[in-house]
Design a binder for this molecule. Structure first.
Ligand code: ZN
Length: 113
């Protein structure tokens, strides 16, 4: 298997579909307390489930943003290049995190502050 841009583009598009599906399930206005009336399941609408739903939604929205940006970078032929040091990001890392913006070294540097 060749880990080229086509491979990562397919991975990212797959991920985007999953995230959009998650957001569709979470509903358009999770914090209003409404918008759950059309939920297909009649269980799992207690307060805990709603709070968890908001967390899932926020996480999905953030990831979706990263995925969209990664897809843009593929279109612009800038994909897989560390935003910080300009080095190529390890393909193995991209395989795990296809929307990664930084190489492992820089990501570690950032997480340490
Ligand atoms: Zn770097």
């Amino acid at each position: 298997m060749t880990l080229n841009n086509d491979y990562f583009k397919a991975r990212l598009e797959e991920l985007r579909e999953e995230l959009l599906a998650e957001l569709a399930v979470a509903g358009p206005h999770p914090e209003s307390g409404h918008g759950y009336s059309t939920h297909p399941a009649d269980h799992g609408t207690d307060a805990f489930e709603q709070t968890a739903g908001i967390a899932v939604r926020r996480n999905a929205e953030r990831l979706l943003y990263e995925v969209e940006r990664a897809l843009t970078r593929i279109e612009e032929n800038r994909y897989g290049i560390c935003r910080d040091c300009g080095q190529l990001i390890d393909r193995a890392r991209l395989k795990v995190i296809p929307y990664a913006r930084y190489c492992l070294d820089c990501a570690n540097k950032h997480s340490k502050g």
